[in-house]
Ligand binder design. Structure first.
Ligand SMILES: [Zn+2]
Ligand SMILES: [Zn+2]
Length: 255
């Protein structure tokens, strides 16, 4: 049987291909603008969450140690209140001045440059979860690296990676190093955080080794103060622990 060969018109190639045609960038102006917009929206959302929602939580309002404010807060005549000489705020119990944030932080544990923020009363849950999940994915990466390496060795480096064997070894080695470093670092951080919550003593209080001026919470109460009532939400970084605040508390929090 004879077939008639019908020449077809080659579709205009709109793809910019590289790496043997595995990756491409489509030259569609609408798509490019939308993709850039997606990234800008993510960066914007990240900025609002960090600057508006997370950073002020647990910070004492700056310069609230004025006569009017003290009267408004309902302090009695002759009552002892502590004023921070550096940021001019009324220092609640267990608050410490952070020289990086340049303000007082309630139940300040430490200033963490890795999240560019202080770890204190209202964000400790997020910090604990951050270290917990980073330790988790670091261990997973470590496991995957070892698994991939043994697969490659078993297959004598044939068809185990799209990269050349030396490049694969270098990439796997660097990831192993990164995963090992951060698995250890975040696991140690997680341990010290859990110990601090367990003993109801912040990192700074532990360092200063001063007599506890505050009433130490029971272990369960201290855990609940950080994570809220026990539920699956303990493991979610998207829910905030709901702890009842007194009227005085609302003045002493940033608004
Ligand atoms: Zn201060
Ligand atoms: Zn700080």
């Amino acid at each position: 049987m004879d077939y008639e060969y019908v020449p077809f018109q080659r579709e205009k190639d709109i793809h910019n291909r590289c790496c043997g045609g595995k990756f491409w960038c489509i030259k569609d102006i609408c798509g490019i603008i939308c993709a850039i917009l997606t990234w800008l929206l993510i960066i914007y959302a990240e900025f609002v969450v960090m600057a508006v929602i997370l950073i002020p939580s647990g910070a004492v309002p700056k310069g609230n140690a004025t006569k009017e404010m003290i009267q408004q807060m309902g302090f009695r005549e002759g009552q002892v209140i502590f004023k921070c000489p550096k940021c001019c705020s009324i220092k609640p119990d267990r608050a410490h001045h952070c020289s990086v944030c340049q303000r007082c932080i309630r139940k300040m544990d430490h200033h963490c440059p890795w999240v560019n923020n202080c770890v204190g009363e209202n964000n400790q849950k997020y910090f604990v979860l951050f270290t917990f999940y980073i330790a988790g994915i670091s261990l997973q990466s470590l496991f995957l690296c070892v698994q991939q390496f043994t697969t490659c060795v078993r297959q004598e480096w044939r068809e185990c990676s799209t990269f050349s064997p030396p490049a694969t070894v270098v990439l796997l080695l660097f990831l192993t190093f990164e995963a090992l470093l951060f698995a250890i670092f975040t696991a140690v951080m997680l341990g010290t955080q859990l110990q601090a919550i367990w003993n109801d003593e912040t990192g700074i209080e532990q360092l200063k080794k001063e007599e506890a001026r505050w009433v130490r919470n029971s272990r369960w109460k201290s855990i609940q103060a950080v994570f809220g009532r026990f539920s699956i939400a303990w493991f979610s970084p998207f829910t905030s622990p709901s702890n009842a605040k007194t009227k005085l508390d609302s003045y002493l929090y940033s608004v």
